[in-house]
Design a binder for this molecule. Structure first.
Ligand code: TYD
Length: 207
């Protein structure tokens, strides 16, 4: 079977990090060789990205750091796919488009559509277009409540920012054929059902 590249996207607290394991096991049970990964990566490039969270950096610096991490990550993903693996990544290119377009717009003004186009354009040489992207869509009021248990909310995790990020995600989804919007406000069992239905259609098998 041809290997696929699957990405999970959505705002903070959408649930994707808890879903990646069940998704991977379901695909493995169906006989698909799966490798999971995440961004920012665990490499020194990912460390540089995480370090920037606590610093005042130019918003373009931030976007380019995510992109630098991704360029090398894309090579790693390509290698796994050449070995016949289906790769599932917790966040990938659409995260930069949705989050950094929001940040650029908040810092510099202008239209989100222009930043979205710019970020999509510069990403082209360093990304692999996913075969399917599952966008876990949820209102930030709900997702922030889910994150409420965490002691410290990170830089990107505030309501106004996440509203913009969600809007950007939905705008990208409107224009991209490979993005499936999943209603992630539902309980986990229902969210899983929507995901397995979408993946089942992609792999043309019952999952
Ligand atoms: P996240 O997957 O939420 O990590 P964790 O589960 O450890 O909190 O990603 C960390 C943050 O980085 C998240 O708020 C989204 C943000 N981010 C971007 O702004 N742009 C990107 O390109 C990526 C990959 C993440």
């Amino acid at each position: 079977m041809k290997s696929s590249f699957i990405t999970l996207e959505g705002i903070d607290g959408c649930g994707k990090s808890s879903l990646i394991r069940p998704i991977a096991s379901r695909l493995t049970d169906a006989g698909i060789a799966v490798e999971t990964t995440a961004e920012p990566t665990k490499t020194w490039l990912g460390d540089a990205v995480r370090r920037s969270y606590g610093e005042e950096v130019n918003p373009y610096t931030e976007a380019f750091l995510f992109l630098a991490d991704r360029a090398t990550h894309s090579d790693w993903i390509r290698n796994r796919m050449e070995e016949g693996k289906t790769v599932i990544s917790d966040r990938y290119s659409d995260s930069t488009v949705a989050y950094q377009a929001a940040l650029l717009q908040q810092r510099l003004g202008g239209k989100s559509a222009d930043y979205i186009n710019y970020l999509q354009e510069i990403a082209k040489p360093v990304i692999i277009t996913p075969d399917i992207t599952l966008l876990l869509d949820v209102d930030p009021e709900i997702s922030l409540k889910r994150l409420g248990g965490r002691s410290e909310l990170e830089k990107f995790e505030n309501l106004d920012n996440l509203r913009l990020v969600r809007k950007n995600y939905l705008e990208i989804a409107n224009k991209s054929k490979h993005i499936r919007v999943i209603d992630a406000s539902k309980d986990i069992a229902e969210v899983k059902e929507q995901i397995f239905a979408a993946l089942g259609r992609h792999f043309d098998m019952e999952l």
